[in-house]
Design a protein around this ligand. Structure first.
Ligand code: ATP
Ligand code: MG
Length: 440
């Protein structure tokens, strides 16, 4: 993309309404535009990053054996009356009446709908286990939408739903999703800590929230240093092998992790002193086993091996895909702007032509630009160098290729790594090789 023709609007001023750094940077770097309270339009840069995040989520769901579907945003009220949640949900639900006076709603989640769909096809134990997911917009009429995409009213969520014949099966499905989540966040360059969460009336310990470590996070967390050093995405656990799942689960839950409220000082004492970490975090995911709550209410049964009807055990698994964009920026920024992890950066490289019109500089920029199809933004604007540096730091390309007449005459590119500030002077082919190393 050539900046002279692109729609990549950046703001110099800090928008007054934005209280946290990710919201400020998302507005200033031109990722999003608020269209009404808690509702955002995604501009080209933001949309590219959102797509990269969604794609990693999708790949890890697929790898864990879940299958993607796409359910609608608009749902009929009847489904929610069947489960009994229509009245319980209260004012967070956006209720709509169509022209025939039918009660509809904009889905805040999809347990009812997915159970209803699955019910139409699943007849016997052979149809289980299954896990269905989609990545779809949700609407919750939050009383206080704030912090940009972190707490929006319309937001993008990945929600998966598992169906199993018995409790043991549901536990396997739960652990497979947990593994998928650890891999997903690791691939995005994030450190995630799973926290035991409240299961309400169902009891047991099968509910975890996933907290991303970020110095500006909302909640205090206590965790084992193992969460900083382990690379879950590299560990060769097979999520269809129960033994592997147990190994993974023991490993991950063996590491201490607690929020402020759940913190157990007696257990904390047992963590070696040099492994104790205290930090701040943001919730980006929540997984939950809820037994037969929806299958029972909505009449989902399948025939067991001996013909007797069985009510499947279910779980649901959410990731706040659009919230993740905010969390990624909370975890990666400095006073000049965003520092994207390579895997989710909207573009890998910004090419900064310090003197458009200089034949050598133009030629070298064009060469580099052509060699990075779809991954480079070419700043060919007739702006001063300072403005280009500022915009590139703000947008946060992992690499900046700075090309001026002097270097260009020697065929040399100055490569700056956004995350470390490291600068290298390299011939074009070596610069390209460096950039390509970090492309997914
Ligand atoms: P919260 O306690 O933050 O309101 P929740 O418990 O209502 O979250 P879930 O119903 O578990 O959230 O939804 C799954 C995920 O969707 C959450 O972990 C979060 O990442 C995301 N999410 C929930 N509400 C919002 C929102 N208003 N804006 C953006 N993302 C959200
Ligand atoms: Mg909520």
């Amino acid at each position: 993309m050539r900046l002279s023709r692109a729609f990549l609007p950046t703001l110099k001023e800090t928008p007054a309404e934005a209280q946290i750094v990710s919201h400020r940077l998302m507005l200033r770097a031109g990722l999003i535009r608020q269209t009404s309270a808690g509702i955002y339009a995604w501009l080209p840069l933001g949309l590219r990053a959102l797509r990269k995040v969604s794609e990693i989520v999708r790949q890890e769901q697929d790898r864990a054996g879940a299958q993607e579907i796409l359910m609608p945003t608009i749902q009929p009220a009847e489904l929610w009356k069947e489960s009994g949640r229509y009245d319980d949900y209260g004012k967070e639900m956006l209720r709509i009446t169509d022209r025939h006076d039918r009660e509809m709603l904009y889905g805040p989640t999809n347990e009812e709908m997915v159970t209803d769909i699955f019910k139409s096809y699943a007849k016997s134990y052979r149809d289980l286990p299954r896990n269905l997911y989609h990545i779809q917009w949700k609407f919750r009429d939050e009383i206080r939408p704030r912090f940009g995409v972190m707490r929006g009213r319309e937001f993008l969520m990945k929600d998966a739903y598992s169906f199993d014949m018995d409790y043991e099966g549901a536990v396997r499905s739960y652990r497979a999703m947990m593994l998928a989540y650890m891999r997903t966040f690791q691939r995005m360059g994030l450190r995630a800590v799973p926290m035991r969460a409240d299961t309400g009336p169902i009891g047991g310990n099968l509910s975890h929230e996933f907290i991303i470590l970020a110095p500006t996070g909302e909640s205090t967390v206590f965790y084992d240093a193992g969460f900083e050093s382990m690379d879950w995405s590299q560990m060769e656990f097979d999520s269809s092998d129960p033994a592997d799942l147990n190994k993974f689960y023991d490993l991950v839950t063996g590491l201490y992790a607690a929020t402020d409220e759940m913190h157990d000082t007696a257990a904390w004492e047992k963590v070696p002193e040099n492994s104790r970490r205290e930090g701040r975090g943001i919730e980006v995911g929540h997984i939950f086993y809820f037994g037969t709550k929806y299958s029972k209410a909505m009449g989902l049964t399948v025939a067991g091996p001996d013909g007797t009807p069985v009510v499947p055990e279910m779980g649901s698994y959410g990731i706040g895909v659009s919230r993740l964009l905010g969390a990624i920026i909370e975890a990666g920024h400095d006073e000049n702007g965003i520092i994207w992890p390579d895997a989710v950066a909207p573009f890998a490289c910004g090419i900064l032509n310090l003197k458009p019109g200089d034949a050598a500089a133009d030629a070298l920029c064009e060469q580099l630009y052509a060699a990075l199809p779809g991954e480079a933004v070419y700043d060919d604007r007739p702006e001063r160098a300072g403005a280009k540096f500022a915009d590139a730091d703000l947008i946060g390309y992992p690499w900046q290729a700075i090309i001026g007449p002097r270097g260009a005459a020697k065929g040399v590119v100055e490569l700056k790594r956004r995350a470390t500030g490291e600068r290298l002077e390299l011939p074009l082919d070596e610069a390209l090789a460096k950039i390509r190393e970090t492309l997914a």
